[in-house]
Design a protein around this ligand. Structure first.
Ligand code: ZN
Length: 563
């Protein structure tokens, strides 16, 4: 805690200035709270005042009440905690919103539970020409490979296609495979794999990476209106979890259109930066197209100023790029989606054009070549305020850990993944071995170097709730696990570090740290009220915390029933 008295004097002076400038009476006073400002000195206050969507005062209750006008609303927080709105720096908001209306398979732990859910959904949606869904967890099926016959048994009248929770595998029934023309003679596409019966070589229904597009290209596309509605639905869900800013992690043209539509209608209830997807199969001229889109799409709460590169896949089916071989794949080290020379060329060009580059890297080889590419870009273009970041960072070779700080690359972790769940226990530890596994999600080690940490959910891959991820970052145990030893305890981080990642560092990542990310005079009124103070509860309880109120530009975008 810092000295409130001294802070109050400074804030009172500032508030008078700002009030004089805006000439507006206070709209809202939040008082008697534990206001965690996340400003540079991480100071606390008890009151905050909002006028015209901006924060005009942060300090004591007495100071705040001096700004009250007859029209001012005032909320007594009863000691509850206030934080800046959360920033989710890697999320697929539009596809998550779409998935909310499809068959949802997330967190079902047995094949039978998955089959039942699909059967019910198909029965409830008899008019849909395709039965689509997502969220099946890889560890539910042997070798992470469900069969087409299993899907045929629950959907026999129509094509059916279910995307895995991580988005890197798909599962099709026989009708869907037939429509896509996938037979035993179909070759694996570049950067993809059609899983096959070892004897007959017939496709068995599971498709990896780019092979998924062979089927998804035949599924009737959502209309622009449906996509905008999906995005709106997802943004509301995000608001209910305290999220006010996001980086959309892989935007194609239809996703970009959905953001633009909502932004133009003033219905976008998050600040959003989109990372426009860069395709391995397209020539480098695609960078010029991105420049045009960036200009065309610049809006009020929406900008498309980042470019997304998938440098590899994921560890479980062996598609992540490792420095040393997987222990179970005949010497394979996985595959890079972009050869290092090409990655360097693309990153250098994107950097030169002023894009923020957002790279998906899971395996330690993908992480290394991504850092190499950023280093080369810096050498070629000079060091600029680029705010490039690498998301996921599942496995980092220890020599690469200091390079984030050295190169100014933001480490964008998904902290909810950093505990020994079945993905780790059953599908990751056995294929990496103990020595390498020590360096799975080395969040603490990267933090210790002084690198900037950001955080995100990767929803709909995993839960959108930041409070679950915040808990796991601190405990390295499952959100609902009881107290106990952390998984790789050296890699835990403290609450303040993870809160920074979810607030001010997320704002920095999106280039909006002057506008949002902390509760300071002059910034937008993006803040949330929690039902308890995270610093005063046991870490195991953080995930039970509820968001009571979410303000964006001082406007209520979520209020819990009863608050
Ligand atoms: Zn993602």
């Amino acid at each position: 805690m810092v000295s409130f008295a001294r802070a109050a004097v400074v804030f009172a002076l500032l508030s008078i200035c700002v009030r004089a400038q805006t000439g507006r009476p206070a709209d809202l006073i939040l008082r008697n709270g534990a206001i965690c400002t996340m400003n540079a000195s991480r100071s606390w206050a008890s009151a905050v005042v909002i006028a015209g969507g901006r924060i005009v005062y942060v300090g004591t209750d007495a100071g705040a009440l001096k700004l009250a006008a007859p029209s001012t609303k005032s909320i007594d927080l009863g000691g509850r905690m206030v934080l800046p709105g959360f920033h989710d720096s890697h999320v697929h908001l539009e596809s998550g919103g779409t998935a909310m209306n499809e068959c949802q398979l997330k967190d079902l732990t047995t094949p039978d539970a998955v089959f039942t859910a699909i059967r019910k959904y198909a029965a409830a949606n008899p008019g849909k020409p395709w039965v689509t869904g997502s969220g099946w967890d890889l560890p539910v099926f042997p070798a992470a490979t469900p069969r087409r016959q299993q899907l045929d048994a629950v959907v026999s009248d129509r094509p059916a296609y279910m995307t895995a929770a991580d988005g890197h595998s798909g599962w099709a029934n026989s009708k869907a495979l037939a429509i896509a023309g996938i037979t035993k003679d179909t070759p694996d596409p570049p950067r993809g794999r059609i899983e096959r019966d070892p004897e007959t070589k017939e496709p068995n229904g599971t498709l990896r990476e780019s092979a998924m597009q062979l089927v998804t290209g035949h599924i009737p596309a959502a209309t622009p209106g449906e996509r905008a509605a999906a995005l709106k639905r997802a943004a509301s869900l995000a608001n209910s979890l305290g999220i006010t800013s996001i980086q959309e992690a892989a935007a194609d043209d239809s996703i970009l259109a959905a953001y633009q539509t909502l932004d133009q209608r003033d219905q976008l209830t998050v600040r959003a930066v989109a990372a426009m997807q860069v395709y391995a199969g397209k020539s480098d001229d695609q960078v010029a197209e991105l420049v045009g889109k960036r200009t065309r799409l610049a809006g009020r709460r929406f900008r498309a100023t980042a470019a997304k590169i998938f440098s590899d896949g994921v560890i479980e089916p062996g598609t992540a790029a490792l420095l040393e071989p997987y222990l179970d794949r005949g010497g394979s080290r996985g595959e890079l989606n972009f050869e290092p020379e090409r990655l360097t060329r693309l990153v250098t060009r994107l950097d030169h054009e002023g894009f923020q580059v957002h790279i998906h890297a899971i395996g330690d080889r993908a992480v290394r070549v991504s850092l190499d590419a950023f280093e080369s870009a810096q050498k070629a273009n000079g060091r600029r305020d680029s705010r490039h970041h690498i998301a996921h960072l599942e496995l980092i070779e220890p020599h690469d850990i200091p390079r984030f700080r050295e190169l100014g690359v933001i480490a964008n972790f998904q902290p909810l993944w950093a505990y020994a769940d079945p993905y780790i226990r059953d599908l990751t530890l056995p294929v990496l071995g103990p020595a390498r596994s020590r360096w799975l999600y080395p969040i603490g080690s990267v933090a210790k170097t002084g690198a900037t940490l950001a955080a995100g959910s990767d929803w709909p891959v995993t839960s959108l709730n930041p409070l679950e991820a915040i808990q796991v970052a601190v405990t390295r145990r499952g959100p609902t696990d009881p107290e106990g030893p952390a998984w790789i305890p050296e890699e835990t981080i403290d609450l303040s570090t993870v809160l920074s990642a979810y607030t001010i560092n997320g704002a920095y990542l999106n280039g909006q740290e002057k506008e949002t990310g902390s509760i300071e005079v002059g910034k937008a009124g993006d803040l949330i009220v929690l039902d308890r103070n995270l610093y005063k509860i046991r870490a195991e309880k953080i995930h039970e915390t509820k968001v009571l109120l979410t303000l964006l530009d001082g406007r209520e975008v979520f209020r819990a029933a009863g608050f």
